[in-house]
Design a protein around this ligand. Structure first.
Ligand SMILES: *[C@@H]1O[C@H](CO)[C@@H](O)[C@H](O)[C@H]1NC(C)=O
Ligand SMILES: *[C@@H]1O[C@H](CO)[C@@H](O)[C@H](O)[C@H]1NC(C)=O
Ligand SMILES: *[C@@H]1O[C@H](CO)[C@@H](O)[C@H](O)[C@H]1NC(C)=O
Ligand SMILES: *[C@@H]1O[C@H](CO)[C@@H](O)[C@H](O)[C@H]1NC(C)=O
Length: 507
C-alpha cells in the first residue's frame, strides 16, 4: 500500500509538470471499467456540485446577511470541533482556480448555489450589489472556460431575517418572498443561466429542520430531539407544503415572464434513498413502499399527479395540508427536469408504531431500518455513517422514478462518498474507494439508461472537500483535496480518473 502511495505521488508530480507543458500531450491510464464519455448519449452532461455556504466563505463579508446556518454554527457543540463556514475553502476568492480545475477534469458543467442572504441580506427589499457582482464574475468565468452553470437557488441557507420575521417555511408568506428572490435571479442572471433549480432536498429541509430538529431552525417535539420549540406531528408537513408552493410559484413566474426569451428551464433536486424490503413478506414490501412514498412521493406525487400519495393521506389525515384548486394548477407539472440526489440504500421492515405513541413525521412511516440481511452488510460504509455503498441502488431509484412518475427527464444531481477528514495527506489523494464508488455507480446508472430511463446528466458530489454541515471539516467528499491551513487544492486520484473517463475524442 505504502509503495503504491509513493508511486501515485510520483505520478501526480510528473503529471503536473507535464500538464503545464502541454495538457493534451500525455494522459494517465486508469481502468475506467469500460466507462467513457462515448458510451453515454451525445450531449450527456457531466459536472460536479457544491453549495454556497459549504464553499464560498466570506460569510460575513461584502454585505452578505446572516442565514439560519450562520447563527446555528456559532452555538458550541452544534458542529464537530465548533467549525463554521465563515472561511471554508473561500471559493469567493478562489473561483477562477476552481473553474480551471473543472476544465482540467474535462467536466461540462458546475452545479453551484446562490446564497439568498448574499443577494438580499434582509430576505426581501434592498439588494446587496456586491453579492450580485460576485455571481456575475463566477458565471462569466465559467462561460469563458466552457463550463455550463447550473444554478441552485436554495441550499439550506434561509435568510435569518425571514426566520425571525415570520418563522420562515412555517408561514405562507415565504412563497411570495421566495418567488420574488427567484425572479430577481431570473432577471439578473437569466441571460446566461439556462438551468435553474429551485430547492436542494426539500425532504431534508422539512424533516431535519422540523421533525428531529438536528438542522436549523431546530424545531421538533421534545420526544424526537433536543429542541426548545416545535411540533413534529404537523410542522414538517406545513414546511414541505410551503416548499412545494414556493417551487411552483417560482416556476410559474419563470414560465410566464422569462422562458420565452431566455429559453431556460426549471427543476428541483429531490433526494432519494433506495428502500429495499428486508424480507419477501407482504408487510415488508408495503413498508418499503410507504418509505418511498413518505420520502420522495411527498414531493413528486404533487408535482406529477397533483396530490400527496394515498398512503400519506391515509396515515397523516387532517395533519396533511391540502392544496386549493388554484394552487394545484401551478403545482402540477411544475418542473421541466427532475434532479435526483442519490447516495445510499437501506433495508426496510414493517414496524407499526403503537397508537398511543406521540406522533411525528418519521413515526408516521411505521417502518424500521436494517443495514444487513442474514449477517451480510448491505454495503461498505463510508465515513458518514449514513452512507452504505450499494451501486444497484442507483439503478433502482432511477428506474422507480421512470416507471412510477411517467419517465421524466432526470439529471442525477448528486452522487458521492466521503473519507474521514484526518486521513494523512498522501493517502487522502490516493482515494481508491472513491474511484471504485464512481465506477460501480456510473455503470449501474448507464444500465438504467440502457433500460429506458431518460437521464441526461450526472453531477458528482463534491467538486472539492468542503464544510460538511454537522460534521464540519471531519468529512471529505471532494475530488479535489483542500488543505484547510493554506487553502491549496490538490486533485485526488478520482479527479484524474474523471479527467480520463471524460476526455473528448479529437474531432
Ligand atoms: C467548543 O466550544 C465550547 C465552548 O467554547 C468548548 O467548551 C468546547 O471544548 C469546544 N469544542 C471543541 C471540540 O473545540
Ligand atoms: C428588513 O425588512 C423589514 C420588513 O420589511 C423592515 O421592517 C426592516 O426595516 C428591514 N431592515 C433593514 C435593515 O433593511
Ligand atoms: C440540548 O440543547 C441544549 C441547549 O442547546 C444543550 O445545552 C444540551 O447539551 C443539549 N442536549 C443534548 C442531549 O444534546
Ligand atoms: C428525454 O427528455 C427530453 C426532454 O423532455 C426529451 O426531449 C427526449 O425526447 C426524452 N428522451 C427520451 C428517450 O424519452
Amino acid at each position: 500500500m505504502k509503495s503504491l502511495v509513493i508511486l501515485f505521488l510520483l505520478f501526480v508530480a510528473v503529471f503536473s509538470i507535464v500538464s503545464h507543458v502541454n495538457a493534451s500531450a500525455w494522459q494517465p491510464r486508469f481502468d475506467t471499467g469500460g466507462l467513457s464519455r462515448d458510451i453515454f448519449p451525445k450531449g450527456f452532461v457531466f459536472g460536479s456540485a457544491a453549495s454556497a455556504y459549504q464553499v464560498e466563505g466570506m460569510a460575513n463579508k461584502d454585505g452578505r446577511g446572516s442565514s439560519i446556518w450562520d447563527v446555528f454554527v456559532k452555538v458550541p457543540g452544534n458542529i464537530k470541533n465548533n467549525a463554521t463556514g465563515e472561511v471554508s475553502i473561500d471559493q469567493y476568492n478562489h473561483y477562477k482556480e476552481d473553474v480551471n480545475l473543472m476544465q482540467m477534469m474535462n467536466f461540462d458543467a458546475y452545479r453551484f448555489s446562490i446564497s439568498w442572504p448574499r443577494i438580499f441580506p434582509n430576505g426581501t427589499g434592498e439588494v446587496n450589489w456586491k453579492g450580485v457582482a460576485y455571481y456575475n464574475r463566477l458565471i462569466d468565468y465559467m462561460l469563458e472556460k466552457g463550463i455550463t452553470p447550473h444554478a441552485n437557488l436554495y441550499h439550506y441557507d434561509l435568510p435569518l431575517a425571514l426566520q425571525e420575521r415570520y418563522g420562515g417555511f412555517l408561514s405562507k408568506q415565504i412563497v411570495k418572498d421566495y418567488a420574488d428572490y427567484a425572479e430577481f435571479c431570473f432577471k439578473t442572471f437569466g441571460d446566461r443561466i439556462k438551468n435553474w433549480w429551485t430547492f436542494n432536498e426539500p425532504k431534508v429541509i422539512a424533516s431535519l429542520g422540523f421533525d428531529n430538529g438536528i438542522n436549523p431552525p431546530n424545531r421538533c417535539s421534545k420526544e424526537f430531539g433536543n429542541c426548545t420549540e416545535g411540533n413534529s406531528a404537523t410542522e414538517p408537513y406545513i414546511a414541505a407544503h410551503h416548499l412545494i408552493l414556493s417551487h411552483a410559484e417560482a416556476s410559474k413566474r419563470y414560465r410566464e415572464k422569462y422562458k420565452a426569451e431566455q429559453k431556460g428551464r426549471v427543476g428541483v433536486f429531490t433526494d432519494f434513498v433506495w428502500y429495499e424490503p428486508l424480507t419477501k413478506s407482504k408487510a415488508d414490501n408495503y413498508a418499503a413502499q410507504r418509505a418511498r412514498d413518505f420520502h420522495i412521493g411527498w414531493f413528486l406525487h404533487p408535482f406529477v399527479y397533483g396530490e400527496y400519495p394515498r398512503t400519506m393521506q391515509k396515515i397523516v389525515g387532517e395533519r396533511l395540508p391540502k392544496f386549493s384548486k388554484s394552487e394545484l394548477e401551478i403545482v402540477k407539472n411544475s418542473f421541466d427536469v427532475l434532479g435526483l440526489n442519490h447516495y445510499t440504500s437501506y433495508y426496510i421492515y414493517d414496524a407499526h408504531q403503537p397508537k398511543t405513541n406521540v406522533i411525528g413525521y418519521q413515526h408516521d412511516w411505521n417502518v424500521g431500518y436494517a443495514y444487513e440481511r442474514n449477517g451480510v452488510p448491505i454495503g461498505r460504509q463510508a465515513h458518514s455513517p449514513w452512507i452504505y455503498e450499494v451501486p444497484s441502488g442507483i439503478y433502482k431509484v432511477v428506474t422507480y422514478v421512470k416507471e412510477r412518475y411517467g419517465n421524466p427527464e432526470i439529471i442525477l444531481s448528486e452522487n458521492g462518498m466521503d473519507d474521514p477528514g484526518n486521513v494523512p495527506f498522501p493517502e487522502a489523494l490516493f482515494d481508491t474507494n472513491r474511484v471504485n464508488y464512481y465506477t460501480t455507480y456510473l455503470k449501474e446508472l448507464k444500465r438504467a439508461m440502457d433500460d429506458g430511463a431518460n437521464v441526461t446528466g450526472y453531477f458528482a458530489w463534491s467538486m472539492l472537500d468542503n464544510f460538511e454541515w454537522l460534521l464540519g471539516y471531519t468529512s471529505r467528499f471532494g475530488l479535489i483535496y483542500v488543505d484547510y491551513n493554506d487553502l491549496k487544492r490538490y486533485p485526488k486520484m478520482s479527479a484524474y480518473w474523471f479527467r480520463q473517463m471524460l476526455q473528448r475524442k479529437k474531432a
